[in-house]
Design a protein. Sequence first.
Length: 483
Amino acid sequence: MLMTVSRHISIDDEHLEKIKPYLAKYQGNFGGALKELIDQGSLYRSRNNAQSIDISLLNWMLTQMDGILIPDNVLYELIVPLLQNDSMKKCEENLNYCFHNLKLGVDLVLKYDNESLPLEVIIEIRGHPDKTEFAAKIASQYLVNNSPGNSPLEIRSVNNYGGSYKIELAISNKKDAQRSLVTFFGGTDEIINVIKSRSDFWSSMIKKHVLCDYNMVTVHRNYFEDLAGNKLPTEEITIENLANKPIREIPHKEMLFWIKEVYETSRIVDKLDIENDSLIVSHSYRKENAINLLKKSLIMLLESNGHLYDAKRVANKIVLTHRPDVGIKINEIVNDLKVSNSAFDQQLIMFMTFIKGLKDIPDVPLSLTVLGRRIGRSLMQEYETENNIKEWSMEAFQKALKKIDSILQRECEWKLEEKNLLYTIRKCKVATDGNIVEVYTCHIVRETFKGAMRYVFGNKAELQVKKLLTHGDNVCQVLIRIL
């Protein structure tokens, strides 16, 4: 049998102000407002009756939480999500109440442009340095997860002033809002989850690195395949995956950062320092071919990003210096070849004269390699645009080679064998008889071909040299194999 009991109660003005938001929520129904207040009070009392934790243990637990987000179910147990239905002022009270119960000894203030649907929010937290970071994480995670309506709040900046935190949030989308939590407060979350998912593998890997004093090298499978196949290996694939964009679209400064990140963490090099646009690579390799391979792989990786570098060896270091002057000259030659009728060998002589006139002469063969590959890439790009090619095939590549052959003034034959193309050069104007200019010209012509092939097929094709005029054969002949 239900019984309704009516009582007269008196409430002073201070407490009446606190209950007003609940009266508004229940459209003046005092009973509904009072019931919610009682329910909340019961919840908070149950938390206060929970077993307390030794202060030393609590402090240790807080330090171990660095970079780890709090699971949503635990966060819910700490704080009842009220923001979606209540004001920012109530949210501030709720968070401070939580911090008081946890005995963190911190004070929180929320600043906002709108109390119910804020576009911008600033969290300010003051207190003991060991506790404010944890409180900042709770407050940020709470606001991001319980943003009002369908307009999540994204963390834009976090500033720590020796125990005083200031977090700026702004309206955004759910994906960016959640990503911002990981960026600012969950840096090790993914690492811990990955290790837990394959604990046997990572335990073994860590043990191996420790036992050999971190002298192991960990590289992408394609890097190893290139190395085993006597090709010039680079970490293009790894960097593209990390940057989430093609190499040629990565900004220069960002590219230098990714090179440092990948080459150091994979242990290909001991240390890589960035000084303005220069790279100083420290290594412990003893074999001459290993050092040269490292030098060339870095230069070609940077060239694929559109920047020419010169490399010099100093003791156990390689110093890579940016040469935009040479890069600009290469671009001029590439453009001239596309719009003028100048002979290719004349353009090369002009380039050689330019190189030799520099005070610090860069590595000439490497400069010519870059020139050749950039010519090949540029000609393929132009052909692609003119013929509206959306997807390259071996047949389309064969037709595009005719344009290169006309510029290089040589007579060639092609033979398609399934996915493979046998390419034979019968007559070549730059066939060498030992003259140094002709040697360089022949080198650059080969690199032009490689640049064209790389642009069209990327890492999905390999080049096998069958015959070379420079080796005494009657023809130059290469086989392009699609992988």
